[in-house]
Design a protein around this ligand. Sequence first.
Ligand code: HEC
Length: 101
Amino acid sequence: MRCGLLLLLLAAPALAQDPNAARSLAAGCASCHGIDGRSRGPAMAPLAGMKAEVMLASLADYRSGRKAGTVMPQIVKGYTEAQLRLVAAYFAALPAAPARP
Ligand code: HEC
């Protein structure tokens, strides 16, 4: 699992050339944030339907260290700005996950 994530991060630049790049990049978030960003757990933010500018601001804060995190500061450094814009637009276009019960 850890190894798979690493491979995905390493493959990310190549995926940017791919027509399905956004979906492929988003798959790298699925193990934690749920398939298509639809996580339901109380600890993990669902990404589906999150406004792109909100997500990009949050990711920029992890990158700069302004926002503390356990894993996101490392993860965000594995992506270029262009890739994050792509993935943020992808999640923003998905219907938001239903509210938690
Ligand atoms: C290894 C698990 C893991 C992966 C993979 C992962 N995340 Fe996260 N994400 C987290 C955790 C945990 C948090 C809470 C902050 C922290 O502890 O780092 C978080 C927080 C976030 C937040 C902030 C949500 C909020 O409401 O504040 C965003 C946005 C986010 N992740 C986007 C992404 C994107 C986009 C990807 C894929 C490129 C991704 N994450 C991949 C675990 C993960």
